[in-house]
Design a binder for this molecule. Structure first.
Ligand code: CA
Length: 372
């Protein structure tokens, strides 16, 4: 029996598929640090420790760190084993960066904006108010200059960072009064960390820092008037719908927070190149896994909250959002003007966002509007 000749159309399709996979594989490998002392074909085993900023086994984020270690173990045939420690198990959560930077452990997991005290530039690799969403951040990182700048920044701290997850667009927070005009922000004590907090202060609110474990009681006892957290899945577990009247959208302050892994540069360079490539590829898998899980679970928990009717959903008005956006620009200019590297990252980020928004506004925005 003769084989049916393959059609030109099918051939082109198959070639394109092959090219697609070959390209992604080679880009995975080329992004890793090269080393000359490659022992790919030996069975030498490496044991690493990873410290995370999340509570142990924290839903999705901590679970993702554990899964990452499992994937690396599987892909390397057991040659690279990573033991994961939740925040506080080995070092306090926010000391993860230093612990990996100084080589006490080989790897860490967190979000770049936790390190903003070192340089404002870090925040652009996690999120900034009115910044890029998950898809746009991925595009900046992987097609634009994002990853290059990200690695340039971390190399100053003897680290190699990996984009490894995203929260998707967050919610705007939990309130006990309606926010109809900017006046309603005056005197409002709201838990909002980072740049969002700085923006709130500019409209007369008072942004406060409260740790996750104290949030529920602070809101319940009126120590704070409002709080943001993440989105329906994680917020439901915190029980805010039991004690707050209104749940606002959108999370203008965190439109798609990028999460990360980071490795000690010297430890990474000691690994054979295939294990380095495995870390890179597993981080891409985690990047997709985390956002897919959060988005998928948000659909269930949004529905639950709507059915249970314990909270009312509200949208911030266009007027409020437009003033918050203006204030964000002021904040971003203020924090980057005194640091040349931050200014360079801000300029690159903003120009990419402007360009890609022109496309997103013509594609996704129009499409979403067509569905409502
Ligand atoms: Ca948040």
């Amino acid at each position: 029996m003769t084989k049916k000749p393959i059609s030109r159309k099918k051939f082109l399709k198959n070639s394109a598929l092959l090219l697609g996979s070959a390209t992604s594989l080679s880009s995975c490998i080329s992004e890793t640090t090269n080393n000359s002392n490659s022992d790919i074909y030996t069975n030498k085993k490496y044991t690493w420790k990873m410290v995370t900023t999340w509570p142990p086994n924290f839903p999705i984020l901590g679970e993702g760190a554990n899964l990452f270690a499992d994937w690396v173990n599987e892909m390397s045939g057991g040659r690279l084993q990573i033991k994961v420690f939740g925040g506080g198990e080995l070092v306090p959560p926010l000391e993860a960066f230093d612990a990996v930077s100084n080589g006490a452990v080989e790897m860490g997991s967190g979000a770049a904006y936790y390190w903003a005290g070192l340089s404002p530039a870090f925040q652009f690799f996690a999120t900034v108010p009115f910044g890029m969403n998950n898809q746009q951040l991925n595009a900046w990182m992987l097609e634009g200059d994002g990853m290059k700048l990200y690695r340039e920044l971390y190399s100053k701290y003897n680290l190699v960072p990996y984009l490894a997850g995203n929260t998707g667009v967050q919610m705007g927070g939990w309130f006990n009064k309606e926010i109809n005009t900017l006046e309603d922000f005056k005197g409002l004590k709201m838990r909002m960390p980072g740049l969002g907090g700085k923006v709130l202060n500019k409209v007369g609110a008072s942004a406060v820092l409260v740790s996750g474990s104290e949030l529920y009681t602070s809101l319940e006892r009126g120590v704070i008037d409002a709080t943001e957290w993440i989105s329906p899945f994680h917020d439901y577990a915190m029980g805010f719908h039991k004690i707050a009247k209104y749940y606002y959208s959108p999370g203008w302050h965190e439109p798609g927070t990028g999460l990360e892994l980071f490795a000690n540069k010297r430890a990474l360079e000691k690994l054979p190149t295939d294990l380095q490539a495995i870390i890179e590829c597993a981080s891409h898998k985690l990047n997709l896994w985390i956002v897919s899980n959060i988005e998928g679970k948000n659909r269930i928990y949004l529905q639950k909250m709507k059915e249970e009717k314990e909270v009312e959903f509200r949208l911030f008005s266009d007027e409020i959002l437009s003033v918050l956006k203006e204030k964000t620009k002021e904040v971003l200019e203020e924090i980057t003007e005194s640091d040349p590297f931050s200014a360079k990252v801000y300029a690159n980020y903003s120009s990419f966002q402007n360009e890609i928004s022109a496309w997103s506004n013509l594609s996704e925005k129009v499409y979403y509007n067509s569905l409502t």
